[in-house]
Design a binder for this molecule. Structure first.
Ligand code: ATP
Length: 488
């Protein structure tokens, strides 16, 4: 455990030093639960989001569906607003139910999630948990709604209250009819969205893992009720395979089915894709993504109003006068099947991933320490970020060996040529060994050096980040060479 915590400390310091992640508003002392991505971090996170969009939406394989799923499907995208009509959150239950239980300490005024007390540190005595120090005076657990409230318009009265969305999913459900009316999608099909979500987490912690502002990558996949079990299995397996295809290959990644007691109020089946982050206790895993079978809960709620569980199903929640407690939109959100000429509410499978947690997992997995020769051939320890080439923030770095004899000009020409296709950097400062070290810490898969041999035979040295192998490649072949290496 000490080694793992040590690893987390080293990773956080690398992220700061190299410009992956900064504390938000750091010069003012920071603000808990908010983080900024620096020049390398923004590239890494963008590559993760682009890979997700490419693999799940625009480039998904709609001809060969495995894992017993019954047919082919279409995927379309959406970008909904962050602030939505407040009735959205009332109808779907978040207004009442999107809360955590919190415990306050009357002595130190700290606040903890009731279910995290046994793993939190007492601020007065970090070696103890809240409640264990003789001065601790904890309150009973109380409900705390996680939605950030704001006001829309000039008046600050209850009628102007609105919320920053705590999940992107509802933007998809409220646009379900728009998408049916404007595209030619037929069941089964999915709507995908990447966007910011906000939760006023009681105890944001573990670096970016539990933030108050974060990005989600969510799919709502609509299908026939009868086929929903197969599609649930399909998405659960496909999403797990996506992480392994991008390099989360260690036994730190696992797929875990929820037990019945863990299921959300709407869910009839959920599996989490989890990662053993270094800040967790040995044997503990943190959620990267949840894949949930949501039945017809959301669309029905937006049609009829807030539902409550009764027996195995849901019924409309009524107020004392027998009216819907929180009415829905009243719009018909059923799907019309042109073949059977039936109208029904489709069932939904939701793979819901966090872009920040994925970024953190890829950072943790990539971190490695080994040895590499310095300029004199002597082995020195190095830190290297072994990102999958698709995710690496910078793909190639180009160096002139020295700043003379036309080497900078040739290196600049190569840099400009490759930059048309990939994120490439040019660096002429410091010894070659130091330049390699910088790129190793950034996770750049390949470095090119223009040297005196280049002047004679128009070849350059290409060094592989992971194997440290150096080969000579003709300058005019570089485009093809990297095309093969990087566009896997
Ligand atoms: P947790 O139990 O860890 O609070 P959750 O089950 O509430 O997570 P979901 O509502 O299923 O999370 O959200 C889907 C995904 O959004 C999560 O798997 C995670 O990747 C991401 N996510 C949720 N809350 C946060 C947060 N506070 N910070 C960063 N990412 C988050």
């Amino acid at each position: 455990m000490a080694a793992e915590q040590d690893l987390m400390g080293k990773l956080m310091s690398l992220c700061k030093r190299r410009g992956f992640i900064f504390q938000s508003s750091e010069i003012y002392g920071g603000i808990g639960g908010f983080w900024d991505y620096g020049p390398l971090g923004v590239e890494l996170k963008r590559n993760i989001k682009d890979a997700w969009w490419r693999d799940m939406v625009t480039g998904h394989d709609d001809t060969t569906v495995s894992a017993g799923a019954p047919t082919t499907y279409e995927m379309v995208g959406l970008d909904a607003s962050i602030i939505m009509h407040p009735q959205v959150w009332k109808a779907v239950g978040h207004y009442d139910l999107f809360h955590d239980m919190l415990v306050d300490c009357r002595t130190c005024k700290s606040r903890f999630r009731a279910d995290h007390v046994s793993t939190s540190e007492c601020p007065r005595k970090p070696s103890k948990h809240p409640g264990e120090h003789h001065e601790c005076d904890l309150t009973e657990p109380r409900e705390f709604n996680l939605m950030f409230k704001t006001h829309v318009g000039a008046l600050f009265d209850p009628a102007s209250e609105a919320y920053l969305r705590p999940e992107t999913a509802q933007g998809i459900f409220v646009n379900f009819k728009n998408i049916l009316d404007t595209t030619r999608v037929k069941l089964p099909f999915g709507i995908a969205q990447i966007g910011k979500s906000f939760r006023n987490e009681i105890t944001p912690r573990n670096y970016t893992f539990r933030s108050r502002e974060f990005e989600q990558m969510e799919i709502e996949f609509f299908c026939l009720p009868d086929a929903s079990r197969d599609w649930y299995t399909y998405w659960r397996d496909l999403r797990f395979a996506w992480y392994t295809s991008l390099g989360l290959q260690s036994d730190k990644l696992r797929l875990r089915d929820h037990g019945p007691e863990e299921l959300s109020h709407y869910s009839c089946g959920t599996a989490d894709i989890e990662y053993a982050f270094p800040f967790l206790e040995c044997g503990e895993f943190g959620e990267l993504e949840g894949v949930a079978h949501r039945g017809d809960f959301d669309l029905r709620s937006h049609m009829e109003g807030k539902l409550v569980r009764q027996g195995d199903g849901f019924v409309l929640e009524l107020d004392a006068d027998g009216n819907p407690r929180y009415p829905g939109s009243g719009k018909d959100l059923r799907y019309f099947d042109p073949q059977t000429r039936e109208r029904f509410i489709p069932h939904v499978i939701e793979p819901s991933a966090g872009a920040d947690r994925a970024t953190l997992a890829f950072l943790c997995e990539a971190y490695a320490e080994d040895e590499a020769p310095d300029d004199k051939g002597k082995l020195q320890s190095r830190v290297v970020m072994k990102f999958h080439p698709r995710l690496a923030p910078v793909k190639v770095a180009v160096f002139p060996l020295v700043k003379r004899e036309r080497m900078p000009d040739i290196a600049q020409d190569i840099y400009r040529e490759l930059k048309r296709r990939w994120n490439v950097i040019y660096d002429e400062n410091g010894s070659i060994g130091r330049r390699y070290r910088r790129q190793d810490e950034s996770g750049t898969p390949y470095c090119i050096t223009v040297d005196s041999q280049t002047l004679e035979d128009q070849t350059v040295t290409v060094r592989d980040r992971d194997t440290l192998e150096q080969i000579r490649v003709a300058t005019k072949e570089l485009m093809n060479f990297f095309d093969e290496k990087l566009n896997m």
